[in-house]
Design a protein around this ligand. Structure first.
Ligand code: PMP
Length: 460
């Protein structure tokens, strides 16, 4: 043990290994210590206030000071702080939350399996698909299809499904059989002269060709986020999802909708798949399920998937999978209360109502000299920065400009996130029109400030 550092700041540098952080840079720069939440705002240890326009990690629907969730956790901690669901055991919070999710889920999706995180949920999806196909006597049907820039987590299987080089390099991933298809983002990946409809057709042909090449009998599932989030907030082209669904059905390939960000009203609808026009076999949720006050994720499966898995458990005697924390009673109690608040306050409706003012305000930055494309739907959006909007050339060095804008936003009292060249926004569902106007104003000031610096440096 080293001597205890004399400030939180120094202690963090001395002892903490941060996720998604350049650790050497952190030793120089130190942490931004957040001490307190208040609605859509958080405060740091210097007393500075920020609008949290990424809702933490795309996740805090009800804001950062909802005492009803604290009370729900405390009541559950007093009544039954822990129990599990292994081997026929059960407790009320997980039963009630599974019932609630089945009620909210698309028709025919009635069974729920709980994990602690989105990554664990997607690992569980992979194992469910393998288990199911082994049970059905088709052990060769194991491969996954995913997309470049898709985000599904960072554990061994979910990290393999993720289509971002930074999550693979030097981690020896992918480690499961997965093929990453073209990112369905027309602005960046559409070819010169190609219409959006032609782009959709090309991606669907790529999917068909991949299935033909690999053999449909070898492919278990296709996984995707209805609207891609952590890879840079990318909306699919018109007709993409219904086309993917039809191809998956034709080849008996399970369709998995990863709604860890999209679920519970983020797009203004309960589920992202609703807005994008498809029905999955498996739906993965987390984040806004508890507003991230407690770690929890849920996999909702349709009756066909459930029956195939259940039949195999009957043959083998068990489903040899589950976490100590699966369906944790405190997390489930918080989830139930969180969903009750979302319903009572019509927060999904709030997202739908504010979509126009949130998105159109951001679209007003489409002509800003730093901005290449503004995109988004509901209460999620991305501003992709570009040196040249026409050629789509990014600023050099790659990935340097979005962090600059994000740092300027922080100076202005706005927390947003840099994803490669994109500045991502995803405010809590409780935002008001006044908050949205303030988000736009702070973002605008930050963009102008960076523009002035960039011009002074001769970068533009
Ligand atoms: N899927 C999606 C779509 C996500 O956005 C995330 C997290 N950003 C995950 C899975 C992984 O969730 P977790 O960080 O809880 O493991």
């Amino acid at each position: 043990m080293t001597e205890r550092p004399n400030s939180l700041h120094a202690s963090d540098i001395a002892h903490s290994m941060h996720p998604y952080t350049n650790m050497r840079a952190h030793e120089e720069k130190g942490p931004m210590i957040i001490t307190k939440g208040d609605g859509v705002r958080v405060h740091d240890d210097q007393g500075k206030e920020y609008i949290e326009a990424l809702a933490g990690l795309w996740s805090v629907a009800v804001g950062f000071s909802e005492t009803r969730l604290a009370d729900a956790a405390y009541e559950q901690l007093k009544r039954l702080p822990y129990y599990h669901s292994f081997a026929h055991k059960a407790h009320e919070p997980s039963i009630r939350l599974a019932e609630k999710l089945a009620e909210m889920a698309p028709e025919g999706m009635n069974r729920v399996f709980f994990t602690n995180s989105g990554s664990e949920a997607n690992d569980t999806v992979v194992k469910m698909a393998w288990f199911l196909n082994n049970g059905l006597g088709r052990p060769e049907k194991k491969k996954f299809l995913a997309r470049n820039k898709g985000y599904h987590g960072i554990t061994i299987a979910s990290g393999s499904l993720t289509g971002l080089p930074g999550n693979h390099k030097d981690f020896d991933l992918p480690a499961i059989p997965v093929t990453h298809l073209t990112c369905p983002h027309y602005w960046r990946w559409g070819e010169n002269g190609e219409s959006e409809a032609q782009f959709t057709a090309r991606l669907l042909k790529e999917l068909e060709d991949t299935i033909e090449r690999e053999g449909p009998e070898t492919i278990a599932a296709f996984i995707g986020e209805p609207v891609m989030g952590a890879g840079g907030v990318m909306l699919p082209p018109e007709g993409y999802w219904p086309g993917v669904e039809a191809i998956c059905r034709k080849h008996d390939i399970l369709l998995v909708s990863d709604e860890v960000i999209n679920g519970f009203g983020r797009l203004g609808t309960t589920w992202g798949c609703q807005k994008m026009g498809f029905t999955p076999d498996i739906l993965v949720t987390s984040k806004q399920l508890t507003s991230s006050y407690m770690p929890l994720a849920a996999i909702i499966v349709n009756d066909r998937v459930y029956d195939a898995i259940a039949d195999n458990t009957a043959k083998l005697g068990t489903f040899g999978h589950g976490f100590t924390g699966s369906g944790h009673p405190v997390a489930c109690a918080v989830g139930l209360e969180n969903l009750a608040i979302i319903e009572e306050r019509d927060l999904m409706g709030n997202a739908a109502r504010l979509e126009e003012v949130f998105q159109s305000g951001l679209r007003s930055f489409a002509d800003h000299p730093l901005v290449g494309e503004v995109r988004g739907t509901g209460l999620i959006a991305g501003l992709e920065l570009a040196k040249n909007r026409e050629t789509k050339e990014s600023f050099a060095p790659a990935g340097s400009m979005a962090p600059r804008v994000v740092a300027a936003c922080a100076d202005e009292g706005l927390i947003v996130r840099a994803v490669y060249e994109t500045v991502a926004l995803c405010p809590p569902l409780i935002v008001t029109e006044a908050d949205v106007a303030e988000i736009h104003a702070r973002l605008g000031r930050a963009l102008d400030r960076v523009l002035a610096e960039v011009k002074a440096e001769g970068l533009l």
